[in-house]
Design a protein around this ligand. Structure first.
Ligand code: KIV
Length: 264
């Protein structure tokens, strides 16, 4: 695999070629992800769940994120590495700038933040200062307490319309990529079609430009397998093949299918 940049991902969207994204939290898995030719690694704050054993991502700190971003970057020279800004690390514009800079200095190539229109100014500021940004709409796990649980978002026509407007506004403000999590398939399809930037789905059905999963879910290590995930280890028998099969199935469109998505 050639070194992946934002231009690589934009070219894939333009050609209509889907690409795989996977989370990683340490150098060893990151190295395997690079060897599997997976274009994008997300150092997700899901590390709060799968590494630290918390029931949400809320306890994850900037120090935690910096530690894991540095480890992931040491193991991988080719994939594009996105780092999550954790809970309350971007509550103000000043915090956003400082903390995004720390993640970039730790080795990330892009930062990700969760939310809609309220992030417009922050996205604009980051983008103007040369920091690539990934947006995240739908089920944004840092807001789990506000949602009252891990629930599919965008099911009413008002909520769906709001999400479309948020996506367009964030694109206008300068996000380079958008993650849609647990969003009904027709809504995710519409947003992916309307945006020029790549849209990455998780629990968003088969029609987004790319797919992201938590690495422990594809290896069957999570105590509860989400409906939108698939255990790629059970049929392949080793981690390298599981990662390659995940990547192949995302590129060919074999995964995800409608059964991995949600109805309106
Ligand atoms: O933290 C994470 O791993 C994420 C993905 C599930 C999209 O945000």
């Amino acid at each position: 695999m050639q070194t992946v940049t934002i231009n690589t991902l934009n070219a894939l969207k333009e050609k209509g070629t889907k690409f795989p994204v996977i989370t990683a939290y340490d150098a060893s898995f990151s190295r395997l992800v690079e060897h599997a030719g997976i274009e994008v690694v997300l150092v997700g704050d899901s590390l709060g769940n799968v590494i630290q054993g918390h029931s949400s991502t809320v306890p994850v700190s900037m120090d935690d994120m910096i530690y894991h971003v540095q480890a992931v970057c040491r193991g991988n020279n080719k994939s594009l590495i996105i780092a999550d800004l954790p809970f309350m690390a971007y509550a103000t514009e000043e915090q956003t700038m400082e903390n995004a800079a720390l993640l970039m200095q730790a080795g990330a190539h892009m930062v990700k933040l969760e939310g809609g229109a309220w992030l417009e100014e922050s996205v604009l500021m980051l983008s103007e200062r040369g920091i690539p940004v990934c947006g995240h709409l739908g089920l944004t796990p840092q807001s789990v307490n506000k949602f009252g649980g891990y629930k599919v978002q965008g099911r009413t026509s008002e909520a769906a319309e709001q999400m479309i407007q948020d996506a367009l506004l964030l694109e206008q403000a300068g996000i380079d990529i958008l993650v849609l999590e647990c969003v009904p398939t027709p809504l995710a399809s519409k947003i992916a079609r309307e945006l020029d930037i790549p849209v990455i789905g998780i629990g968003a059905g088969p029609d987004t430009d790319a797919q992201v999963l938590v690495i422990y879910d594809i290896l069957g290590l999570s105590p509860h397998q989400p409906k939108f995930a698939k255990n790629f280890l059970q049929d392949t028998g080793n981690i390298e093949s599981a990662l390659k099969t995940y990547a192949d199935e995302v590129r060919s469109g074999a995964f995800p299918t409608t059964e991995h998505g949600f109805k309106s």
